[in-house]
Design a protein around this ligand. Structure first.
Ligand code: PGA
Length: 216
């Protein structure tokens, strides 16, 4: 049976922070609100755009603004790949996994349209058998149903799949779905988010950990 790896997107495959940061600060500027540092925005990422905006407005002492979501998305969708690139070494990892016969899928809390536009802009869309976005299904990570629906769409099976991510949502969703999880040390999460999962310090360390996860 085919082995499948389910990748988180932001902070795992791609370094998308600079474009999220820029789009958020344009939104803030348009509302005459103070900008955020890159570090602050990093802590807002991980639970999808509606929650990112909720956190940003809460940090300015404001309630959620329903007009912010469409405004942010229109800007971000047009500018998602200005600075965003695969993490260094990741392209070779994807090539190597494909050569070993792994199927690959993306399970991200980023809205599906923005995620698809980003993958297309980076020329990556053909690499993945499926993409499950934060609004593709009724639930999103850490709900395991997000991982399982993405895996199903990729034609994979839980007993032959591994979840890879940089956030506790990824580790929790993968485990609750019955998949072994591997934590990415280069991403946006805090070290404790690994929660006991094996940690890949660099993309190059991933393939061996993926093989081990299924051999266990
Ligand atoms: O959109 C987010 O906040 C996080 O997206 P991710 O699930 O790809 O990390």
């Amino acid at each position: 049976m085919q082995r499948t790896v389910i990748f988180d997107l932001d902070g795992t495959l791609v370094d998308s922070r600079p474009d999220i940061h820029a789009a958020l600060n344009r939104l803030m500027a348009a509302r005459h609100l103070a900008p955020f540092t890159l570090e602050e925005v990093t802590r807002f990422i991980g639970d999808g755009v509606p929650v990112l905006l909720q956190r940003a407005f809460a940090a300015r002492g404001l309630p959620a603004d329903p007009t912010a979501l469409p405004a942010f998305l229109a800007d971000y969708e047009a500018n998602a790949a200005v600075h965003t690139r695969l993490f260094e070494g990741m392209e070779a990892v994807l090539d190597g996994l494909a050569a070993e016969g792994w199927a690959m899928a993306v399970c991200t809390n980023k809205p599906e349209k923005a995620a698809r536009l980003l993958l297309a802009a980076l020329g990556l869309e053909g690499r993945f058998a499926a993409l499950g976005g934060g609004d593709s299904f009724p639930v999103r990570k850490p709900d395991p149903a997000h991982v399982l629906a993405t895996l199903k769409a990729a034609g994979g099976a839980p007993e032959m799949a591994v979840m890879v991510g940089d956030h506790h949502n990824d580790i929790a969703a993968g485990r609750a779905a019955g998949l072994p999880a591997v934590y990415c040390g280069w991403g946006y999460g805090l070290p404790e988010m690994a929660d006991g999962a094996p940690v890949a310090a660099t993309p190059g360390a991933l393939p061996a950990l993926l093989r081990q996860a299924l051999a266990a």
